[in-house]
Design a protein around this ligand. Structure first.
Ligand SMILES: [Zn+2]
Length: 231
């Protein structure tokens, strides 16, 4: 803000909070000097959401103390930090092999965002929403997971049941978990369980088995065979 803008801002502030009004010409000049010293770098308003008058007004509304120039400077700092936080560096138009110009363009864009001369480039905001791009969703459904194959392989030892099913599917072997186990009554998708009957007829054990019951494997093989002959 230049001196003229500062004087206008002070007049506006004086109307909202008469305590800050200076009527003596000497005092008014000192006040303009002080404010200009602290707010010389802060714009009066930008096209992208900043207005020093709004900062003054919100301070008057929310605080019992007279507005100080640092209050405006702090609000400006917060405003530009918020903008930069939302900014994602766009790919510069400069030749990537020309490191100097590439760097200068990146920094120039950031400075322009900080100074409120251009809006932040908000690519991140587009992908952070709850809605997923339909094309991405279809691909995820097709591969069945958003975990990359290499990571899935690493995770396999922590999820042996799932890993065994995936291996079976990839190799075209029957997947026992695709069918219900008639032996232990485990529903499709659930691993077999060791059920032991107590003397009173109640179940005594219910531990998961790492391997399915052999009869379930036979059932799965038969189901796979039926599927293949139908296709
Ligand atoms: Zn079973």
């Amino acid at each position: 803000m230049d001196r003229r803008e500062i004087a206008g801002l002070l007049a506006y502030m004086g109307r909202l909070d008469p305590r800050t009004m200076r009527t003596d010409p000497g005092e008014l000049r000192d006040q303009v000097d002080q404010w200009q010293e602290l707010l010389g770098d802060v714009p009066l308003a930008t096209d992208y959401g900043w207005d020093a008058r709004t900062a003054i007004r919100s301070h008057v509304v929310s605080s019992p103390y007279p507005v100080l120039p640092v209050d405006v400077a702090r609000q400006w700092a917060k405003h530009s930090a918020d903008r930069l936080a939302r900014h994602t560096d766009p790919v510069p138009t400069a030749d990537p092999d020309d490191v100097e110009s590439w760097r200068a363009e990146l920094l120039g864009t950031r400075h322009a965002v900080l100074a409120g001369q251009r809006p932040p480039n908000e690519q991140r905001a587009i992908t952070s929403g709850a809605t997923v791009d339909p094309a991405v969703e279809a691909r995820l459904r097709a591969i069945g997971s958003c975990i990359p194959p290499a990571v899935r392989a690493d995770l396999a030892r922590f999820r042996p049941t799932r890993a065994a099913r995936e291996a079976a599917a990839v190799e075209g072997r029957p997947d026992p978990l695709a069918v219900r186990c008639e032996w232990c009554q485990a529903p499709a998708g659930e691993p077999c369980r060791n059920r032991r009957m107590g003397l009173d007829g109640g179940a005594r054990g219910n531990a998961r088995r790492s391997k399915p019951h052999p009869s379930r494997l036979d059932l799965a093989a038969a189901a796979l065979h039926r599927q293949e002959s139908a296709a």
